[in-house]
Design a protein around this ligand. Sequence first.
Ligand code: SF4
Ligand code: SF4
Length: 417
Amino acid sequence: MPATVSLIRLDGYDDDAAVLAALRQALAPFGGMGGIVRPGQKVLLKPNLVAPSHPDLAVTTHPAILRAVIRLVKEAGATALVGDGPGVGDTRSAAKGSGLLDVIKAEGALLADFNDTEVYENQDNRIARRLHLTSHLRQADVLITLPKLKTHVQMAYTGALKNQFGLIPGSAKGQFHFRLQNRDHLADLMIDINRLAQPALAIMDAVVAMEGPGPSGGTPRHLGALVVGTDLTAVDTVCCAMIGLSTKDVPIALAAQRAGFGVVDLDDITIVGGNLDDFRKGDFVLVKAPGNIMRILPLPGSMLRWLRRELTPRPEINPDRCIHCRRCEHGCPVRPPAILPLAEPGRQVNDRTCIRCYCCHEFCPVKAIDLKRSRLERLFHLNAIANAGARLVGKLVSWWDFRRWLRSRAKPHDNSE
Ligand code: SF4
Ligand code: SF4
């Protein structure tokens, strides 16, 4: 079924009235906020609150966007609850450091930490039929997700669908990183979570996005857009088009396609409000997600693990920037942690146990973790070879399918019955 996505120009965060007006305009095709929430309902707002980062760093959803959303929720006669489950640290510190706590207090909303969980079940899920998600999800009548458009060193892109990973409380997310070391499986899990959580609406903060090594270590990049829709997959598709990223290179978009969850094809999306071409940034700095060598090479596990180490960049602590807060160590899902910032230089990252999930890179508050390509990768461009191999296999499979289709067309019809 075709989807509708609002794409509205919003050039900055400073003018509250302008932010509110842009949000009203973006919501108009969906009947305004009143078309999403009803009077008396409790609305759970889920911003991206990955770390206590200053709003100017473009790591978290900007407070001005949250303020406008809370105001419209209240105007619709509902109450707003704001929460997230950051991977390291607590929700309150992250909300305070990112400027969201001041807005929550000033607007009379409530802050929710996601420590208490309940079991949610869906038999159609691919990875996890039962998941422990925040209990606030069940207590709320409506979930509205407020993602930030960013690149992501592991998943290529993070936006509307990925934002629901935060419904899994803090450190429990690390267990999934450890268990699901294949990005495609992790992407399938994101779709499972969205199936369970059923967000009613996504309001994407794409006013200032993040390019380069996101979701925490990249650089802010002005896009000047609010992207809003009830089909989260379609919202992500439009955002990917804005930054010149093919959804074929985004594991979560591919997972959505596999699961038939939302609209991935841009041709099936009606964009209202603005013209997509006016928002495209052809020079947006993307993350080249490593090719999934697992899919194309029938090699023993030990060899595949070695190849993954060689194909994917290695985290390295920059001693000049490190403030020894140990967030990387506490956020590492490997036990014992594969990163020890207080160890002597050269022994800080255990290359044998590191699973290249880049949680450390995401949680570092001062961008002190660099991602270094391996010597082999630098010499032989193994990653490019793997990507080329994956593309070649894809083409061979398509050609094979095409030949089979041709043969089936050439066969005479069997009318013997
Ligand atoms: S060191 Fe970093 S990339 Fe390696 S497993 Fe730990 S958190 Fe993941
Ligand atoms: S690398 Fe970053 S997260 Fe780790 S201790 Fe240093 S400053 Fe903290």
